[in-house]
Design a protein around this ligand. Structure first.
Ligand SMILES: Cc1cc2nc3c(=O)[nH]c(=O)nc-3n(C[C@H](O)[C@H](O)[C@H](O)COP(=O)(O)OP(=O)(O)OC[C@H]3O[C@@H](n4cnc5c(N)ncnc54)[C@H](O)[C@@H]3O)c2cc1C
Length: 402
């Protein structure tokens, strides 16, 4: 494994770092306070090519590799978690699933406008009654001729009121457990689709989180992703990609905590010297540095495996669990280093703390990842070394025009 960043990776990293520094960081605190999503964010991310960064050029994307996707997520979350959440659902959970499982016709119809940023995409798995326990979901899709009749409600859906395309998983055979689930692309203009926002959230306040309800929605068979009964497999593949973006984003949040804490510790004085010179403050900074570097390496490992086309469920889960848990720790320490100012929105660290908490809940709670890792350790589960349905990265092919 060679983790030296190549010219493409460095260019994408710099482009997003500059965008975040100039256009996001100066105003994000205000949007967070207003609890609204800045309407310029999605069109600007589209314009910069970020929404299709690691999708082949022939499908409207930029043709960069999966490590670049991770670097972009790190930079976005250095600014604010809400921008990385966009990448998790639009790019990781939805677009990459169509790349992985969609037919050529579906790639033209759904993936291409998503990668170009002409359409926004979301992912609908969680329901009011189930999150971790997806096998017991209540949404149903009943086949009638060349359509499915979809009924149900999805909850805690990022971009619920902004997205044009939803990747929805529902039960087509309620008695068949995880083999009775099927995935579909549902568009927001289909009769029977309604959406709304959730208010009063602890974090990601400058983002969009809501619910999506389906009442007798007629979904054409050609919108089915994968075969009937493969919805669980599709959803788990989606999570391998979404979790990678969450993990790399969390690394960016740790970096944000570290950078803001270093700045403050060098300025703030007690006992006639900067608090940076106190050993207990250095200890916190030392830990944050350790969490950043270790999290980054776990993410690079997972990104490298994706580039090679190696099944990476375990590596991605470990990166997600480690980086998100430690982003909460880093945010707690950052607030502590800022003293009373850390308790106020005059500094960004209180927002980091609130935002960090979401990522240990979505895309598999920390408890679920801990259980997964224990099962890998016991040998109760194992990733097939070669079987990875996500296409391996191939620069020549991915950067070729249609
Ligand atoms: C900001 C935000 C954005 C989100 N965006 C999306 C989205 O775009 N699309 C989407 O589909 N979902 C989304 N979610 C939902 C998220 O994926 C779920 O909240 C998550 O899967 C956990 O489900 P739950 O909240 O129902 O908790 P539960 O599954 O009810 O879990 C409750 C508690 O029990 C623990 N627990 C559950 N099962 C076990 C077990 N077997 N062993 C030990 N402990 C267990 C959990 O770890 C947790 O601590 C989002 C959530 C948030 C907060």
């Amino acid at each position: 494994m060679d983790f030296t960043l190549n010219a493409d990776q460095l260019a994408a990293q710099k482009m997003v770092r500059d965008y975040v520094a100039k256009e996001v960081m100066p105003t994000i605190g205000e949007w967070d306070r207003k609890q609204q999503m800045n309407p310029e964010i999605l069109p600007r991310m589209a314009e910069l090519g970020i929404l299709g960064i690691s999708i082949p050029v022939r499908y409207g994307g930029q043709g960069f590799d999966y490590i670049t996707l991770g670097l972009v997520c790190e930079e976005l979350e250095r600014g604010d978690t809400t921008l990385r959440v966009v990448m998790s659902v639009h790019h990781g959970l939805n677009s990459m699933s169509i790349l992985q499982w969609g037919t050529e016709e579906q790639k033209q119809r759904f993936l291409t406008p998503q990668a170009r940023g002409e359409k926004y995409a979301a992912f609908c798995l969680t329901e009011p009654g189930v999150g971790s326990d997806v096998v017991n979901m209540a949404s149903t899709a009943r086949r009638v001729g060349d359509k499915y009749i979809l009924n149900g409600e999805k909850m805690w859906i990022s971009l619920a009121t902004k997205a044009h395309h939803f990747l929805v998983v529902a039960k087509t055979n309620p008695d068949a457990g995880h083999r009775g689930m099927t995935a579909f692309i549902v568009t927001s203009d289909m009769p029977g689709v309604t959406t709304g926002d959730i208010h009063g959230k602890l974090g990601v306040r400058a983002g969009s989180t809501g619910w999506v309800a389906f009442q007798d929605v007629e979904v054409p068979v050609e919108n089915r992703i994968g075969e009937e009964g493969e919805g669980f497999k599709v959803a788990m593949g989606s999570l391998d990609n979404g979790r990678f973006t969450v993990a790399t984003g969390a690394v960016g949040l740790i970096r944000a905590c570290l950078e803001e804490s270093i700045k403050y510790a060098l300025e703030r004085k007690t006992g006639g010297k900067p608090i940076a010179e106190h050993q207990l403050i250095k200890q916190k900074i030392g830990y944050m540095q350790q969490w950043y570097e270790a999290g980054r390496l776990l993410c690079l490992q997972a990104g490298w495996m994706k580039n090679q086309g190696i099944r990476n469920t375990q590596a991605t889960s470990l990166a997600k669990w480690y980086a998100t848990d430690h982003s909460v720790q880093a945010a707690l320490e950052a607030v502590q280093i800022h003293g009373a100012y850390g308790f106020s929105d005059e500094y960004p660290v209180e927002r980091y703390l609130r935002n960090s908490k979401g990522a240990v809940i979505y895309e598999g709670t920390s408890e679920i990842h801990q259980l997964m890792q224990a099962d890998y350790a016991f040998g109760f589960r194992a990733d097939h070394p070669l079987r990875c349905e996500l296409p391996a990265y191939n620069a020549d092919e991915w950067q070729r025009e249609a």
